[in-house]
Design a protein. Structure first.
Length: 596
């Protein structure tokens, strides 16, 4: 029986220890959803199917080019791979050429997902021969990349991010060699009927490659140059010029301005541009698709991200317990470290934002201005008798330069300046300048405050001690006023926990919402604020009004508030991974899943 290998590749592909950001989640969910779809029997084919995840292997501290994260790939959580003949022979040939792949597997239903983690740190020590000259494997990779695609590695490797560029090139080479060998081994095992061979046709082995982000885009480009028959898809979750332009990218798209902003890494954009060699280029949102066309002249299509939700309903008792925990923590520590009047837990309404620490791109100025506007809205509502006195809205700003240890008791309510670094200091200063720190709230002069939470959330983070999902479930609303965000998975994650949110129109998530037609309620479980066409202060006011809407219903109409929570939950549940995974599989295989 013929076998179809589906290879999903990326810099973050592999065990969870390889995670740098959200792309690990995307690759992991795509693989697991595809395995579940294979198990469903909705694919009309007798062809055997094997899912392989291909990424890097970091075997020791210091092997990772990303010195800040210093990842170490942990394979112990995986089962042995036990590869079939074609894959085993391909891996043996790879190892004979000096490329070591660490392997593992995980069973999802009845489908096994294979993991192939390539060690690139030794490429500079392995001797080989290229075009009659003896050199290192790393030099061979660079020489071949220059010959095939004009990549000037002599220039690129001497840039400040040279090690990162070299790692990506070597990783892509290893992945493309695996594909090339799989195709050749598969071809050797194919028995061609006489009627076909007499016409000169050779069946094409079933190998498909889906590459996430520029770190592995050299793989499909090299395969195309070598003439290896394989279906390839390149997915961009953002563009490097777009990230550098940040919120200015909106204006660049409007003006059709394809010039790159300062600070764009030339070597990495050379890799990103190689997406053009893939059979299909996809983007996670409309803004990213437009950026790909603007900066690289590449036409692509949009396939959104998704989220996996196993539960069919919101666990209200769990949400209440998390809310109670957050309220109690805030009430006790505010009184302990800031004095003033004791704020009763039931008077506290916690809301949150969570993002990377990109002050302008993630809209922190907009958020703080909207909290100032919310203060006036609440004050007027109390004066008019529409809201009870004593309500205190506290907005967590969960963003950090990195993980922290040895934090003081009561963190983050007790937040000494010496704990903060870099842009954390800048955000704290912005909070104080807007009068959103706790000094006025504990004296009864403010109803709204912002609380910087400069830590990566976990059960052992030295603060609330809650996982991200628990924290989101315990807050009454989320607010995500990004000025630049290719998708905004956090909006979906909030919905997964049954927490309503307000998001900016610029996010790819807001585009995806328009495609969901199954929701009958239009109460506003997710409110989209137009931060593209509206003037700044109108958008800021809309953020404030949206949060006011959530808090007012939370206080006065719990039935309606629960309907808002349910709408956010159902929206997230409808945006699962099945549809995008089916679309990806159709692109790389040419096969469609039958409708249920």
């Amino acid at each position: 029986m013929e076998k179809h290998f589906v290879i999903i590749a990326g810099e973050e592909a592999g065990p969870k220890s390889n995670k740098m950001g959200g792309i690990w989640n995307v690759i992991n969910e795509e693989a697991q959803t595809l395995a579940a779809l294979f198990d469903s029997g909705r694919l009309n084919t007798k062809e055997g199917k094997e899912i392989l995840i291909a990424g890097p292997y970091y075997g020791y501290r210091g092997a990772d080019w990303n010195r800040g994260l210093n990842r170490i790939t942990v394979m112990e959580e995986l089962d042995p791979l036990n590869p079939g003949e074609e894959l085993r022979k391909s891996l043996e040939s790879l190892e004979n050429s000096g490329i070591k792949a660490f392997t593992g597997s995980k069973l999802v239903g009845d489908t096994r997902i294979g993991y192939l983690q390539f060690k690139t740190s030794d490429f500079g020590k392995i001797r080989t021969v290229y075009m009659g000259n003896e050199m290192t494997l790393e030099s061979k990779v660079k020489a071949e990349a220059y010959e095939h695609l004009g990549l000037d590695s002599l220039k690129y490797e001497n840039m400040s991010n040279g090690p990162e560029y070299t790692h990506y090139l070597c990783l892509s080479y290893a992945i493309s060699e695996l594909v090339r060998l799989l195709v050749s081994k598969s071809s050797e095992n194919v028995e061609t009927p006489d009627t076909t061979s007499s016409k000169g046709f050779i069946p094409c082995p079933g190998v498909s490659l889906h590459c996430h982000e520029f770190g592995v885009f050299y793989a499909p480009a090299r395969l195309k140059r070598l003439g290896v028959p394989v279906n390839t898809v390149a997915t961009l979750h953002a563009t490097l010029p777009g990230r550098a332009a940040g919120y200015n990218s909106i204006q660049k798209r409007r003006n059709n301005d394809s010039t790159w902003p300062p600070g764009v890494p030339e070597n990495l954009t050379a890799l990103e541009a190689l997406a053009s060699h893939a059979d299909t280029v996809t983007a996670v949102g409309e803004s990213t698709r437009q950026e790909i066309r603007l900066f690289y002249g590449i036409k692509g299509i949009v396939i959104r991200n998704g989220i996996t939700i196993e539960s069919d309903k919101i666990d209200w008792s769990l949400k209440e317990s998390f809310l109670e925990r957050i309220r109690k923590f805030l009430s006790e520590n505010l009184y302990k470290y800031h004095g003033g009047e004791r704020i009763e837990p039931e008077k506290i309404i916690p809301i949150f934002t969570i993002s990377r620490l990109e002050v302008e791109n993630k809209g922190y100025p907009d958020l703080l201005d909207s909290l100032v506007a919310l203060e006036h809205i609440i004050k007027n509502s109390i004066l008019e008798g529409h809201m009870q006195e004593g309500v205190r809205v506290i907005c967590f700003l969960v963003t950090a330069e990195g993980s922290k240890t040895n934090l003081p008791s009561g963190f983050p309510v007790n937040l000494p300046k010496e704990v903060l670094v870099g842009n954390e200091l800048r955000i704290q200063q912005m909070i104080e300048e807007k009068g959103l720190d706790f000094s006025k709230m504990v004296r009864g002069k403010r109803s709204v405050a912002a609380l910087l939470y400069p830590q990566i959330l976990s059960s052992s983070d030295g603060g609330l001690g809650m996982e991200v999902g628990e924290f989101m479930a315990g807050c009454c609303a989320g607010i995500f006023p990004s000025r630049y965000d290719p998708f905004l998975l956090t909006g979906l994650e909030a919905g997964k926990e049954g927490t309503p949110s307000v998001v900016s129109r610029v996010c790819g998530f807001s585009d995806a919402i328009k495609t969901i037609e199954s929701l009958e309620e239009v109460l506003g479980g997710v409110i989209v604020v137009d931060n593209i066409d509206l003037p700044y202060y109108e958008a800021v006011l809309d953020y404030a009004l949206a949060v006011s809407y959530f808090t007012r219903n939370f206080i006065d109409d719990r039935v309606k508030y629960k309907l808002l929570c349910r709408e956010a939950f159902l929206l997230a549940k409808d945006m699962d991974w099945r549809t995008p995974t089916e679309q990806y599989y159709e692109l790389i295989s040419g096969a469609r899943f039958c409708k249920e």
